[in-house]
Design a binder for this molecule. Sequence first.
Ligand code: NAP
Length: 212
Amino acid sequence: MKKTPRGAGEGALSIGVMGGTFDPIHYGHLVAAESAYESFCLSRVLFVPAGDPPHKQPQEVTAASHRLEMTRLAVADNPHFHASSIEVDRDGVSYTIDTMRCFRRKFGPDARLYFITGVDAVLQIPEWHNAEGLLEICSFIAATRPGYPLSEVIRFKEQLPSHHRERITVLEVPALAISSTDLRHRVSSGRSIKYLVPEPVEEYIRREELYR
Ligand code: NAP
């Protein structure tokens, strides 16, 4: 991929929007964001915990305030990472199109917007609210892990019209073998999550007695 100097020239603002339930946020998410930041010469990455995820029942998900706080703690030591409460503050179901429209207004028509998320989530995009509109206003970075069957993503992209196909790039991220589901199971069965999440997140989970 051709790299351009970060922040150089007119309209060079490139914003990564890292979307996820982040229940909890872990090093896989952070490595994926850092890797996207580097590979796509992003100006910054905004971490957006889903307030009310459209595809999950509210009782399946930890309170948004906890997920936002863990996200804030996780990104605090990285100057080009920021936590955004945009979806947590917004009433109703957290549709990605609404979030990206807000960022489009905020950063202007020339900014490049990249929505970064897991490849499994990207494969579901056609079912998302106003998927067509979303692919018009931003590009997608699909974070995957080594050994992931890329044939699935290739088949998925082939089914899209060509102007949408080029909107999706796959980014292979080594540490994504960590999963939030596994972390919740580990905590509930009294196993360690040390070195899988940043220490302040681990402390927060312990203090707030999450995932017991
Ligand atoms: P998910 O189904 O929980 O996650 C799918 C897979 O992607 C999981 O393996 C997950 O790992 C991984 N993943 C999730 N976010 C990631 C990230 N930022 N970077 C790398 N891997 C990531 O999907 P989700 O997290 O709830 O949803 C992902 C995003 O899509 C959210 O922002 C959500 O709001 C959006 N979404 C929008 C719509 C819509 O607008 N209608 C519908 C569905 C999803 P972990 O479990 O370890 O995170």
